[in-house]
Design a binder for this molecule. Structure first.
Ligand code: GLC
Ligand code: CA
Length: 541
């Protein structure tokens, strides 16, 4: 059987607002992306996952869509989008659209109609419950704070919203809603996109009366229907965002029979550094052995019967080098170590803009944050008596704006992101961390990512090799082996900042060193802070 193209692909995520401004209004846009296609081609990305660019009042930076078949004027026009799809193709890059299907904006035509009256044909496009003002149907909370129910005086009912009040949940129980969505998806397929990322897709089949949000009983029924009616058999890449996924569920989502998606984003490994049962703001040290165990479980359970997505970063997560690396003295080494560790695994790797430069978290003051989740959390926690310094420590560690600072292109003012005033503050370290200084430097973080992408395309073992975790109980090393009938790949990473002697049998001395993160090896068995190496050997015939 022909392997799917996306099993060898590496995807680059763009957060359009912060990538490249082309017209000086301080906001990134489609023509800005167009002007950076050479950069992405040099890196070797096969596709761009574009965070939402559809029309939106931007309450949640575009994750609140008011027209799924138009581009927000802040980003450009539908013609710009068509041109981007066309030009990207010439650079061998596909475009993946971000579909926000759990909710729309409250300014979407459907919702404006829905709230006119209970008899309006669009009323049932959303999730309504009777109640009395001040007495919501139940105590469910929205992800961005406050009640999940909002009173609508026009119809004298509450509507349900899992996110902000400006993001009313769509009613997937209504077949008309589903058909509207499918025809919109087909419209985008006809425009020539190469795939879709599906926002919080595990939350569409909600049953608020039973307080069910993720993994509702009809979820997979809806997903199979959607696949059948839209992308199935078209060789597109589809990835669902599923915070509630377990390996068992991921095998359904990414079943090789094509019935649902190509793969899902699961988050089990990326929420480990928080107090158990609490929120991401409640910081806890990373349990390293648990991280290894979690990754190993996903790698082995999906082998041959599903497919993983591989990522450290996205627009909702802090920068990995600040989080689990070292963004001071060993920034370059640790950024590369994390890259080598991730890109040797089985799955489709995702690189979030700036990750390939080793960009870091933002040292913002409270007034400099723009994110609705961040601002709501700050207010709520202050009201609930939290210490301000603790709140700020949580924000510096976990705010989504850490990932949303403008892309750092060069040393010119505003990092080459805009000639105007950026919508969000540029990270002051752009004079040392920027693309220009890394592009042609063999030892840069950028070059390391570039090499990793090439290696994935060169050796099949990256795609089809089995996974075996080594040194499971070691407190410093993250090491594993991949193997297929022709090759053995060995990845050894010193995950922390102390030098260590590697306890593995030094058979790797007979292997070929594919890539490391230090320019030379001092003593083969000694791994310096964050040192990472990737070895390969061909099997005897
Ligand atoms: C997803 C997006 C996030 C957004 C939320 C609501 O988690 O990644 O940015 O705020 O869904 O759409
Ligand atoms: Ca602009």
């Amino acid at each position: 059987m022909e392997e799917k193209w996306w099993k060898k692909a590496v995807i680059y995520q763009i957060y359009p607002k912060s990538f490249q401004d082309s017209n000086g209004d301080g906001i990134g846009d489609l023509n800005g992306i167009l002007s950076r296609l050479d950069y992405l081609e040099r890196l070797g990305a096969d596709a761009i996952w574009l965070s939402p660019v559809c029309r939106s009042p931007q309450d949640d930076n575009g994750y609140d869509i008011s027209d799924y078949q138009d581009i927000d004027s802040m980003f450009g026009s539908i013609e710009d989008m068509e041109r981007l799809i066309r030009e990207a193709k010439k650079h061998h890059i596909g475009i993946i659209m971000d579909l926000v299907l759990n909710h729309s904006s409250d300014e979407h035509r459907w919702f404006l109609e829905a709230k006119k009256s209970r008899e309006n044909p669009y009323h049932d496009y959303y999730v309504w419950r009777d109640g009395e003002k001040g007495h919501p149907p139940n105590d469910m909370r929205a992800c961005f704070g406050g009640s999940a129910w909002e009173w609508c005086p026009e119809v004298g009912q509450y509507y349900f919203h899992q996110f902000s009040v400006k993001q009313p949940d769509l009613n997937w129980e209504n077949p008309k809603v589903r058909q509207e969505i499918y025809s919109m998806i087909r419209w985008w397929i006809d425009k020539g996109v190469c795939g879709f990322r599906m926002d919080v897709i595990d939350q569409i089949a909600k049953e608020p009366d039973r307080k069910i949000t993720a993994n509702g009983p009809r979820l997979h029924e809806f997903l199979r229907e959607m696949s059948r009616e839209t992308f199935r058999g078209r060789d597109l890449i589809t990835v669902g965002e599923a915070w509630g996924a377990t390996p068992e569920l991921a095998k359904l989502y990414s079943n090789p029979d094509d019935s649902e998606f190509s793969m899902v984003f699961q988050f089990e490994h990326i929420v480990l550094d928080q107090e158990e049962g609490k929120e991401k703001w409640d910081l806890a040290p990373l349990p390293f052995l648990k991280l290894k165990e979690t990754i190993q479980r996903w790698q082995t359970e999906l082998y041959g019967c599903g497919w993983n997505s591989l990522f450290w970063d996205n627009h909702d997560l802090p920068r990995i080098v600040s989080r689990w690396g070292n963004d001071g003295e060993y920034r370059v080494e640790s950024a590369k170590m994390l890259a080598i560790l991730l890109h040797g695994m089985q799955g489709t790797p995702y690189i979030y803009q700036g990750e390939e430069l080793g960009m870091t978290n933002a040292p913002y003051a409270i007034g400099e944050y723009r994110d609705i989740e961040t601002r709501n959390m700050y207010r709520e926690r202050l009201e609930n008596g939290y210490d301000e310094a603790d709140i700020m420590a949580s924000l510096h560690a976990k705010s989504r704006d850490n990932a949303r600072t403008p892309m750092q292109w060069d040393t010119s003012e505003n990092a080459g992101f805009t000639r105007g005033t950026p919508w969000i503050k540029v990270n002051p370290n752009y004079r040392t961390i920027n693309a220009e200084s890394q592009l042609h430097d063999e030892n840069s973080v950028f070059s390391c990512y570039r090499k990793l992408i090439r290696l994935r395309k060169t050796y099949d073992v990256f795609v089809d090799g089995t996974f075996r975790l080594l040194l499971e109980a070691d407190e410093d090393f993250f090491a594993y082996q991949r193997e297929n009938t022709s090759c053995r790949l060995l990845v050894i990473c010193n995950f922390f900042g102390r030098s260590r002697t590697c306890p593995l049998k030094p058979e790797w001395e007979q292997m070929e060193l594919l890539l490391g993160n230090y320019s030379s090896i001092e003593a083969p068995e000694i791994f310096r802070p964050y040192e990472a190496r990737m070895y390969i050997s061909k099997m005897e015939a």
